[in-house]
Design a protein around this ligand. Sequence first.
Ligand SMILES: [Mn+2]
Length: 279
Amino acid sequence: MKIKRKIEIAVISDVHLGTYGCHAKHLLTYLNSIEPKKLILNGDFIDVWQFSKRYFPKSHLKVIKKIMDMAADGVEIIYITGNHDEMLRKFSNTTIGNISIVDKMILDLDGKKGWFFHGDVFDVSIQNAKWLAKLGGYGYDLLTLINRAFNWYLEKRGKERYSLSKKVKNGVKGAIKYVNDYEKVIADLAIENGYDYVVCGHIHQPKMEYIENKHGKTMYLNSGDWVENFTALEYQFKRWKIYNYNNDKLAPFAVDEDYNNMNIKDLIAAITIVDKHSK
Ligand SMILES: [Mn+2]
């Protein structure tokens, strides 16, 4: 019998299923080692931009099957959309069984307020977004519109859409400043809105840190990614921590025995065919 770690909430982001960079096997091992009440997929879970039929290996299908099995076992799955899976934003606020799709979410965590979103809407205007914080609750929604309009304009002109995470990843000059600005703007907006925690992803930089300004403070949390860092955020016993797969000595014991005998066809069937007799 496998002993799984019980966690109240697990948050993962930037898995990028369907790309060569995604370490699906690591993620599967992690998911097999935990028993969360809630699992939050905070954006860029499936990389629809780079999706092609040529590359979607067995281990990536297993991750999807695992998530569906968790949902069937009563785990509440919250899929927050990101920029690489923004096509799913069409289905925002849809709920199917234990799985729901949203753009952003607010949770009450033992009397404290947590704000969850992917974070790509902060790409466009991080340099001069200070005034957006002053708009409080409207700030995030306004940024979403500006970001959308800006990318629409770039696409119209045949240019590549703006990607902050790509800049950071490629170590473009000033990358550290981009990261700092991103964290600062998000924290400012969270403080302005009275959130105790703000939980995002997108820039692939795991972090847990109190950020303070003259109006107050908030805890900034970033779940990192499953391309380079293999990190997650876990909430248990009224506190957050960063899980780091590279430091987890138990990892080799949580293998995916259950799915090992399944071939690709079985896996696809398990994911796509809904049993008419169930429920
Ligand atoms: Mn992203």
